[in-house]
Design a protein around this ligand. Structure first.
Ligand SMILES: NC(=O)c1ccc[n+]([C@@H]2O[C@H](COP(=O)([O-])OP(=O)(O)OC[C@H]3O[C@@H](n4cnc5c(N)ncnc54)[C@H](OP(=O)(O)O)[C@@H]3O)[C@@H](O)[C@H]2O)c1
Length: 277
């Protein structure tokens, strides 16, 4: 039995792709007992399946051998949203009344998830992001009305295995969450692309411009992540009056600068999230 993740076993993971696989790695690193973990993913890469088996994880190629340690204490749904309708009927028999169901599927509502299980099933809808793959994710979780305090703490510890966790009680916030942290990594990657292109236009060789932009975004992200200071203070710390940074920031912080652009981008992502949901 694990320490940090005590009480999470037996755990069933349905869908062990990028996100499910990242969470699984985080849990196993934090001491989740592999013999109490069942992975169900009919399309799991053979090398990954045998690696997991060698660590003691029970890997089922279909919905699996129902014998043994069922019902699950925790059932994690990490299949693509478009596969959820097919996956839910297979998942339901794995859950008992006390099983806490966690879904990371974008756009799948709590009410849809609840309809797949018995009435009163505790369900948490979570929205992680891709830096979860290196343990640096940001996940926002929304519980349904049946999640008990202890179950919420357990889910918090599980999600914390791949990064920071915040809770929201209003499911409607998930669309804005998706627009900020869910899609956010793409905005940061675009920043690296645009900075490289701007460097190229300023006369740098393309390779050098790309290297400078990439390392500047990565290094600044690491600096921000490791600092207790808010970003505006870190920005001021590298801006001398009338210096080069101040000249650039006068453009970026103008009325038609980065803020209105990002505000519009986030609004567009939120609108699309509402449409897809
Ligand atoms: N990746 C992210 O950054 C991210 C961020 C936020 C939320 N999410 C959510 O995480 C979920 C998974 O995304 P992903 O990027 O990890 O996708 P993925 O890499 O495609 O992983 C999904 C896995 O589930 C398998 N699968 C399909 N049908 C199944 C079934 N009926 N039972 C069991 N397993 C099944 C898939 O196999 P096949 O590929 O052969 O179908 C695949 O291996 C999505 O709902 C997504 O919205 C992901």
């Amino acid at each position: 039995m694990s320490g940090e993740l005590q009480g999470a076993e037996p755990l069933v993971l349905l869908g062990a792709g990028k996100m499910g696989g990242a969470m699984l790695d985080g849990w196993l690193e934090r001491g989740l007992d592999p013999r109490q973990v069942r992975v169900i993913d009919p399309h799991l890469d053979a090398a990954r399946a045998s690696e997991l088996r060698s660590r003691g994880v029970l890997v089922a190629s279909s919905d699996g051998d129902p014998a043994g340690s069922l019902p699950a204490k925790v059932l994690v749904l990490a299949v693509k949203p478009q596969t959820m309708a097919e996956a839910l009927p297979a998942a339901a028999p794995l859950a008992g009344r006390q099983t806490i169901v966690i879904s990371v599927a974008a756009g799948i509502r709590l009410s849809t998830l609840e309809a797949g299980f018995a009435p009163g099933q505790p369900v948490v809808r979570a929205m992680p992001n891709t830096p979860a793959q290196i343990g640096q994710g940001m996940t926002v979780a929304v519980p349904n009305a049946h999640v008990a305090r202890g179950q919420r703490d357990l889910v918090d510890r599980l999600l914390a295995a791949v990064g920071a966790v915040a809770w929201a009680d209003d499911e409607a916030l998930i669309d804005a969450v998706t627009a900020v942290s869910g899609s956010g990594p793409a905005y940061v990657f675009l920043l690296a692309e645009c900075l490289a292109e701007a460097g190229r236009q300023a006369g740098l060789p393309a390779d050098l411009a790309a290297q400078l932009a990439r390392q500047t975004v990565a290094g600044s992200g690491a600096l921000l992540g490791g600092s207790a200071l808010p970003p505006d203070e870190l920005r001021r710390a590298v801006t001398s009056p009338n210096g080069t940074t101040a000249a650039a920031l006068a453009v970026l912080m103008a009325e038609d600068g980065l803020q209105p652009l990002l505000t519009r981008a986030v609004a567009a992502a939120r609108k699309r999230s509402i449409e897809l949901g």
